[in-house]
Design a binder for this molecule. Structure first.
Ligand SMILES: NC(=O)c1ccc[n+]([C@@H]2O[C@H](COP(=O)([O-])OP(=O)(O)OC[C@H]3O[C@@H](n4cnc5c(N)ncnc54)[C@H](O)[C@@H]3O)[C@@H](O)[C@H]2O)c1
Length: 252
């Protein structure tokens, strides 16, 4: 049976690597992103993939996207809630706009995207969901990202709550917690952290590598391969887990 997987924030970075890895393993991937052009460009390069615009900050749009995928592509077997944003500022300077921006995508958006996917899956009593959290979802010792930390701790807790309620309904739910991943988000964070620390991005990058026992920046493919594992039969008895993929940068 064909496996149909929807991925949010799939146009770039970790999401694009997940779409690429899953397509290479024979899944039918639906690349969704608020950047519709980017989603279409990636889908055009992947065997059997399709693209769809989706801004996860709208719960209604999440429900419409899932309904459209089920109608136009087929029954969803898996879903990856990957879309996420970050902005860096000292805790004391974070205002309501920044808080809402971060939480609306990283937690509220993920909540309703994964809920929409789960509602479709329960009708068949089968499915698998992966939420992309972060190393910052397991430790708050992260500078200038208090709102992001709050959102990602929320994703880890939500993953457990979803897994608990959905296990009897045949749906597994897990998270992946990446570390310092070389993506556009990281480029932005290197600039912000350098400015906030009064140093340069190259020095911040050296520090992040020094903080990683495996001695290199994480690549998006490092995350994608673990997502593929969680969606596979090999992970068939794994649920409620938040798996660290960070080269040892944080161990719990
Ligand atoms: N890069 C890292 O170091 C790192 C570390 C840990 C966790 N993560 C998490 O991994 C995920 C992907 O991050 P990335 O580094 O690939 O970021 P990225 O900025 O490179 O890509 C994020 C993608 O999400 C899309 N997106 C943003 N807001 C959206 C919205 N409202 N609706 C739909 N799509 C939206 C963007 O258009 C973009 O294509 C995020 O959840 C992020 O928090 C990243």
């Amino acid at each position: 049976m064909t496996s149909i997987v929807g991925v949010t924030g799939g146009a770039s970075g970790i999401g694009a690597a997940i779409c690429t890895e899953l397509a290479a393993r024979g899944h039918t991937v639906v690349v969704t992103d608020m950047n519709e052009e980017g989603a279409r460009a990636l889908a055009a390069r992947l065997p059997g993939a399709q693209a769809r615009a989706l801004d996860v900050a709208s719960a209604a749009a999440c429900r419409e996207a899932v309904a459209a995928i089920e109608r136009d592509v087929g029954p969803l077997t898996a879903w990856v809630s990957n879309a996420g944003v970050s902005r860096m500022a000292p805790f004391l300077d974070i205002d309501e706009d920044q808080y809402d921006f971060t939480l609306d995508v990283n937690l509220r958006g993920l909540f309703f995207a994964s809920q929409a996917a789960a509602r479709a899956m329960v009708t068949r009593k089968a499915g698998c969901i992966v939420n992309i959290a972060s190393m910052a979802g397991k430790q708050g010792r992260v500078p200038f990202l208090a709102d992001y930390v709050a959102s990602k701790f929320g994703v880890v807790g939500l993953t457990q709550a979803m897994a608990f309620e959905l296990a009897p309904l045949g749906i597994r739910v897990n998270s992946v917690c990446p570390g310092f991943v070389a993506t556009d988000m990281q480029v932005r964070e290197l600039e912000w952290e350098a400015r906030l620390r009064g140093t340069d991005p190259a020095s911040v990058k050296c520090q992040w590598i020094a903080d990683t026992p495996m001695g290199r920046l994480e690549q998006p493919q490092d995350v994608a391969r673990v997502v593929a594992f969680l969606l596979s039969a090999d992970a068939g008895f794994v649920t409620g887990e938040s798996i660290a993929v960070n080269g040892g940068a944080f161990m719990d």
